[in-house]
Design a protein around this ligand. Structure first.
Ligand code: DC
Length: 213
């Protein structure tokens, strides 16, 4: 069975957590597409012209996904987050990542992909499309609570500013901007627990799956 769930949304909106929970519930394969951009940002952080990155270099960088080394690299820090957002504006980088994402989506057994342009560009024919968002102060607090046990020099204000900057970059870029697909369901998680958000998406997917049987 092929069944694609596209989850797009703002940074720290909970889309990754929801995506993983949903994939786990239905036994679907899960891909966090943000990590692809983070890997490219990490590998090419000192390059000034991203348009020179070849498809071979992109594919070779993605081998990190399968490597044990990935655990030793901090791909989630604020510098890489911003670099990933900046590098993702580049047409060459985006195009070189498309096949990988589409092949993943197209595999048997159901897939969940989360990102910014899954429902609009990567998988415009996805069976279910969700756009997750939450009020930015709430997102900043969530990120702060998530990172404070592992980071000492963390400031809520800096996190807020980073999220704000990244949202603006992702929303306003020319190519594949972060926008809800016309047929996406908007899920505002500002006042929802993870459990409530997960249940809402599970119920949408279950209804869709029932129709297919
Ligand atoms: O989901 P994330 O915060 O890990 O993504 C990091 C950056 O990668 C994000 O700011 C923009 C870019 N990105 C993108 O342009 N398209 C995607 N499908 C996923 C991420």
């Amino acid at each position: 069975m092929k069944f694609v769930v596209a989850i797009d949304g703002t940074a720290a909106s909970g889309k990754g957590t929801l995506g993983k929970k949903i994939a786990n519930y239905f036994g679907f394969n899960y891909l966090d597409t943000g990590i692809l951009y983070r890997i490219i940002a990490y590998n090419f952080q000192f390059l000034s012209d991203f348009s020179k990155i070849t498809k071979e270099e992109v594919m070779s960088s993605l081998k990190l996904l399968e490597s044990k080394r990935i655990k030793d690299i901090d791909l989630r820090n604020d510098k890489i987050s911003l670099k990933a957002s900046l590098i993702s504006k580049n047409i060459n980088v985006r195009n070189n990542l498309l096949d990988y994402q589409r092949e993943f989506a197209n595999q048997e057994g159901g897939t969940v992909l989360d990102g910014r342009d899954i429902g609009t560009v990567v998988c415009p024919d996805a069976d279910v499309k969700i756009f997750v968002d939450a009020e930015i102060h709430v997102r900043a607090e969530r990120r702060y609570n998530q990172l404070s046990p592992i980071c000492n020099d963390l400031s809520l204000r800096n996190i807020f500013e980073d999220l704000n900057k990244r949202d603006k970059l992702d929303r306003n870029r020319k190519l594949s901007p972060m926008v809800a697909a016309k047929d996406a369901l908007i899920l505002d998680t500002t006042n929802l627990t993870i459990k409530e958000g997960t249940q809402q998406i599970i119920s949408i997917i279950s209804k869709k799956l029932e129709k297919l049987h």
